[in-house]
Design a protein around this ligand. Sequence first.
Ligand code: UDP
Length: 465
Amino acid sequence: MDSTSTTIITKKQSNHGRRLVLLPLPFQGHINPMLQLANILHSKAFSITILHTLFNSPNPTYYPHFTFLPIPGTANEHLSVFGAENVVSLLMYLNEDCMEQIKECLVRLMLEDEGVVCLITDAQWFATQKVADELKLPRIVHRTSSIASFHSYVAFPSFLETGYFQGFKNDDETKSRALVPGLESLKIKDFSKIFPSNPEASCKVLERMTQGTRLARAVIWNTFKELEELELETLNHGFPNPHFLIGPFHKYFVASSSSLFVQDQTSISWLDKHPPNSVLYVSFGSIAGVEESEFLEMAWGLANSKQPFLWVVRPGSIKGMKEHELFSDGALGKIIGERGYIVKWAPQQEVLAHPATCAFWTHNGWNSTLESICEGVPMICSPSFGDQLTTARYVGDVWKIGVVLENGFERGEIDCAIKRLMLEKEGLEMRNKVMNLKEKVNFCLKKGGSSYSSLEDLVGYILSF
Ligand code: UDP
């Protein structure tokens, strides 16, 4: 950009309105909280423009009060999101190949009468910090995960560099249970699986994300102070920018859909037929996948537990298996019998809030974990990669509101975990603990509560730009 256009932008900004530009990452677990954040800020009289990729584009019809601006050239139909490896290469593509288009979109918006007060991007759009600096546009980062998992991301590259994981094997019981120095809630076996494939490329992404977060004006977190007080303290040492903990976002308003998949409402009518606290809900979110053999272990574990279950089997989530193959020979039906109900995608927040739901077998994506906490539902944890490992460990060992499956997918362990959670005293204790957190959530969002106050501070902070 030349100096003339910089001058024009500066002038326009002096009579700016209250427009915020929000840039979500094009994954379900990132689009949901960003659009929830947009709704929250809209309720504080900001006008909202959503800048988005054409790939995994959010549906604007559910948000007539926002302006949607697609980033040209981002409709690559070859992009797909499946597993850790894919996510890392997609992040590199987004941050390396889309910056020129994003910059052009921002310049256009800044030149309009309304101007732009500030850019809010997902932390994983780290390269936008340079663009924002060039445009002299304040950038705030939105972290869609917990503070605890952010700490593990910050630490991961230096552990890799010092050879911490070298020679480590998962079947080395003693070492695998050893706690990670400086991150004492984590075990080395969790840490080594954060980015199982191509850790070097993952480290580059993590380092750039960390740097982009450090340079941002502030960070907005979809978490709440009562849940992560100690983690916040540590964060303040390494990242002195202001942090606004205003979550859980989805509790501010009745759910408005930002689902990329069609939600099967028969999930609710099926739950309606069951007594309170009797059903296990099973879902591994929008990216995680399992091998065919793991899927069969899951089915046997569920069947052997003899508890009713609602199971989300997302098309394409079983590696190497086509959807029609799943039911073709009737084998799966024979295993799960009458107790199980399978859907492709569920209205998850409604399912978790349903009185029949007793427990949630989850991959511990941050949204799923928060949604479970907010409804007082204890968890069985099967993390796959990334932040899920840290979150699962916190659910199991720190907050003590769930059971981590320590050995992957093994029918005996699955059956045992389901019974522990749904039938035994231990499960009741976990339910009491998670109900306690649910109450804290309700309190933190009320006037005077921590998230309520932090949101007020955030609004004041943005208006000070
Ligand atoms: N979700 C849903 N229906 C499903 C499974 C998931 O609506 O059948 C939603 C869920 O409520 C959550 C999001 O998809 O808001 C998944 O985000 P999360 O961070 O848990 O996992 P990710 O998909 O990013 O791995």
